[in-house]
Design a protein around this ligand. Structure first.
Ligand code: CP
Length: 305
């Protein structure tokens, strides 16, 4: 296992199964007990050029709960990016003001680019439609917490698989751990070939579907995602697919006892509010787990655990 100190968290593909398990086990310890002075005198720069609630606030809360402090950018327009400053120039400067950087940017590859010019570790909070590795760690943490294993699980990834960076990262990780994947999406939003190409290399089992009904009784995890309006070039294309999948209690009548619904959130219409009161809803606890996973990642890359 490579040391975690000063390591960048850019893509799930940069991690072995053993390293992923180390992150999840560290997060589990933080969920049980947090050390409020572990990151004292350390500064997190939280640079969100794209909107976020969970990723930004959980990174910032994680840093504060471990005794560190934050400098924060919540939108591109309040930084010099609005005057045309490049990502690499912005990172070179902010790098001097902090010890670790969490960032989100609409440009695919922006986190990798940032890691090439930064002396401090970069934590990718989402780069365009590419990767969202810290989300994947918390997704895996939540799957493990509810199912006690990853290998052999039947997992459906549902909704916007074309632009959904959370599903790209998660499909790869679950493929590594030997889960069976069901990709449920309208044909225009199916999983991109660069993701399925990687899955073939991993010898991962997957199949593509347009409807969930017949698969529901087999599933352990239903991972719903939002159809992302902001990623569509043509608004008419969005209108055609925006309500493709809406989970209601009716869809849940034949599911397994251990079945859980996850969602990276925010939701729009994908999960009816009535589902929140069923034992299958796990998406709010999943978002809560983001805190412990990000505490673990900050402590690991800063060399404190
Ligand atoms: N899951 C996720 O990335 O949520 P935010 O966009 O609110 O950060």
């Amino acid at each position: 296992m490579k040391p975690f100190k000063n390591r960048n968290i850019i893509s799930i593909k940069d991690f072995t199964k053993e390293e992923i398990m180390h992150i999840l086990n560290t997060a589990k310890k933080f969920k049980i007990k947090v050390n409020p002075i572990l990151l004292k005198h350390k500064i997190l720069a939280s640079l969100f050029f794209e909107p976020s609630t969970r990723t930004r606030f959980s990174f910032e809360s994680a840093m504060e709960r471990l005794g560190g402090s934050i400098i924060s950018l919540a939108e591109a327009k309040s930084s010099s990016a609005s005057k045309g400053e490049s990502v690499s120039d912005s990172i070179k400067i902010v790098d001097k003001y902090c010890d670790v950087i969490a960032m989100r940017h609409s440009l695919e590859g922006s986190a990798r680019l940032a890691s090439e010019v930064s002396n401090n570790p970069i934590l990718n909070g989402g780069d365009g439609a590419n990767q969202h590795p810290t989300q994947t760690f918390l997704d895996l943490f939540s799957i493990l917490e509810t199912q006690k294993k990853l290998k052999g699980l039947n997992v459906a990834l549902v909704g916007d698989l074309k632009y959904g960076r959370t599903t790209h990262s998660l499909a790869y990780a679950l493929g590594m751990f030997g889960a069976r994947l069901f990709f449920i999406a309208p044909p225009s939003l199916q999983m991109p070939s660069y993701v399925t190409h990687d899955l073939k290399k991993l010898k991962a089992k997957y199949s593509t579907h347009t409807e969930p009904e017949r698969i529901m009784p087999k599933l352990d995890i239903f991972y719903a995602t939002r159809i992302q309006k902001e990623r569509f070039g043509d608004p008419m294309e969005y209108e055609k697919v925006k309500d493709a999948y809406i989970i209601t209690n009716k869809l849940l009548t034949k599911v397994k006892k251990n079945f859980k619904i996850l969602h990276p959130l925010p939701r729009v219409n994908e999960i009816n509010y009535e589902v929140d009161n069923t034992p299958y809803a796990y998406y709010f606890e999943q978002a809560n787990n983001g805190l412990f996973v990000r505490e673990a990642l900050l402590a690991l890359v800063l060399g404190k655990v």
